[in-house]
Design a binder for this molecule. Structure first.
Ligand code: PAF
Length: 295
């Protein structure tokens, strides 16, 4: 398996199945690679810790960089190559200019309206849209695979691609393929940041998946015909999620149930709730470790 660090070798991978990552790879990423293989596309994995999606106080400097182990895992999962560009390859006009350009990007609505990750990390999605658009431009994939674990990111990138297609029918944006979250046997969603968790914090971290399970039960049971209205049942599910997280002393950034596409609140009290129409999303902090999950 090749490791490509400049744009020169990239032409050979045009039309690939693409898995963009920041490295520190785990089973969740390897499953994305396997999805490309199942779709019959040669998987190209990018590894680039993108400075423009981190705020100055975030963990850019200490983000785990584990290229050797990542390369072994990619090869085993069936990747044909890794694209591991330098900052200069990604942002040839320099970092200061790249940071300025990120600020002036026009972002999809789902990157600015829901008040979820966009409220907690106000500059994050500008950097994500910038780097993903640049990776697509360089790698020219046919399909790009993203985990549902970062659900708002998945919606943001999907909307970005849809909007480029609608304004430019000749644009060569890939099809976005959502892939289910991969979990450990105990239910914890896999994340590169789980390695920051102390062993004794793991039990508390499981309250995220338990809270989502509780929301799922309430939404399933209380929306049976003749029971509560939509906004009432959503409020009950949100309150049950908060109770579960607070019982384990997690600091909640948000624990909400939203429209699964727009990620905005459901405001129609009597909206008929269909399976798949809602998404429960949580972000909570356990000391210095910030965890997100959704279902
Ligand atoms: O999800 C990630 O790892 C990153 O946000 C992405 C999509 C690779 C962009 O840097």
């Amino acid at each position: 398996m090749e490791i490509v660090d400049s744009t020169i070798g990239l032409a050979a991978f045009k039309g690939c199945g693409f898995v963009p990552t920041m490295g520190a790879l785990h089973e969740g990423h390897f499953e994305l690679i396997r999805s490309c293989v199942r779709d019959g596309l040669p998987p190209l994995v990018s590894i680039f810790v993108n400075p423009t999606q981190f705020a100055p106080h975030e963990d850019f400097n200490r983000y785990p960089r584990t290229l050797e182990a990542d390369a072994r895992g990619c090869q085993e999962a069936g990747a044909v190559a890794i694209f591991a560009p330098t900052v200069e390859v990604m942002y040839p006009r320099g970092m200061a200019r790249a940071q300025e350009e990120a600020k002036s990007l026009h972002l999809p609505t789902v990157a600015v309206k829901p008040r979820l990750e966009d409220a907690c990390r106000p500059t994050h999605f500008a950097g994500v849209c910038q780097v993903v658009a640049r990776l697509f431009e360089l790698c020219r994939p046919q399909r790009a695979y993203f985990g549902e674990k970062d659900y708002q990111q998945l919606r943001v990138i999907t909307q970005m691609v849809e909007s480029s297609r609608s304004t430019d029918t000749t644009c060569s944006m890939p099809q976005i393929v959502p892939c289910p979250t991969v979990r450990d046997a105990d239910g914890l969603a896999l994340s590169s940041r789980n390695r920051y968790l102390q062993p004794h914090d793991r039990e508390r971290a499981l309250s995220l998946s338990r809270a989502l399970q509780r929301a799922r039960e309430i939404l399933r049971d209380d929306t049976a015909p003749g029971t509560l209205g939509a906004t009432e049942v959503i409020a009950r599910a949100e309150s049950a999620m908060r109770d579960e997280l607070e019982r384990h002393q997690l600091q909640i950034d948000y624990a909400v149930v939203r429209d699964a596409n727009s990620l905005e609140p459901v405001t129609d009290a009597h909206a008929p709730l269909q399976p798949g129409m809602l998404r429960a999303l949580i972000a909570a902090r356990l000391g210095a470790v910030r965890l997100i999950d959704n279902a």
